[in-house]
Design a protein around this ligand. Sequence first.
Ligand code: SAM
Ligand code: DTB
Ligand code: SF4
Length: 341
Amino acid sequence: MSSQAVSFLELRTPAAARAEAAKTWPVEKVLELFNLPFNELMYRAQQVHRQHFDPQEVELATLLSIKTGGCPEDCGYCPQAARYDTGVQAQKLLELEQVLAAARAAKEHGATRFCMGAAWRGPKDRDLDHVEAMVRGVKELGLEACATLGMLEDGQAERLAAAGLDYYNHNLDTAPEFYNNIITTRDYENRLDTLNKVRGAGIKVCCGGIVGMGESRRQRAGLIAQVANLDPYPESVPINHLVQVAGTPLHGLDPLDPLEFVRTIAVARITMPKARVRLSAGRRELGEAVQAMCFAAGANSIFYGDKLLTTGNPDAEADMALLEKLGMRIKHTQVSANMAE
Ligand code: SAM
Ligand code: DTB
Ligand code: SF4
């Protein structure tokens, strides 16, 4: 039986159907948005975008992998999982000075947000001593600080909050019913639990997922519904296009129709009007025309710099040229992207 069929069956019980209908964004409603004629969907997304943001403005965030590769998890998309032979060289946690040098360079190149990623299942308490110092240093440079370190234990989010961390990135990645096709070493509930801890510690939430992993349109709608139904929804929503890396189980899949990716951005914009929707991994492969459509659909944040964590990103000059061609401006202010924005 397909996972889709299972989700329909589950909804046959009146209690489950009532619970689903009571959500801010039932999956069916999100799917209706996906199913709109393309131009109608774009029009609605642009209307919502303009109510809350200057549509010409884009936020630049720079990523740095502070601890690379050798990860014990089995995320089927990830070049950093130790069990896949992807050619990624494992590297231990960077020194504070290396991180701050990268943050200074990011600031000089115009980024306002600096995101530190670590290939951990979750941080150990002694790792956090180092990450706290990195967060403090990044904040002293006048940058917003974001970290993505995996699952958090009790008390760890509070430690990061005390160090001044603005955002914690932790993705739901895909719809619940497709999730086990992609990851088996941690479950959906673990992810929701970490997101609760982040929220509870007063850190802003950055949470989204990946499309192009072989999921159906309904499952893309399922991912967006899950993120949009978080209460409150995240301040920042990265939509990643799968970067297919040789050696990972998802390498070799048929690529997603790019217009489906644009639709996903538009639906995220409509369902989470005040969030920064981040056009994240996969920009290099999408090309300029599709990126332009993503901005038109309401994306207003990108990762900026020649590298994501281990894979490529458009180079900085190409990004500047694209933004100029589109008449877009960089968000310069240090005002944090909170719900009052
Ligand atoms: N290890 C931590 C974790 O998994 O939470 C943090 C780093 S992990 C690389 C952060 C996110 O990057 C993942 O949740 C996934 O959404 C995204 N990602 C990883 N590999 C990707 C790929 N090949 N294509 C697109 N997104 C990817
Ligand atoms: C997110 O959602 N996308 C970024 C960030 N959060 C950390 C990571 C993308 C990683 C792409 C694969 C790589 O470069 O290793
Ligand atoms: Fe590890 Fe994160 Fe990659 Fe999963 S996504 S294998 S947890 S680095």
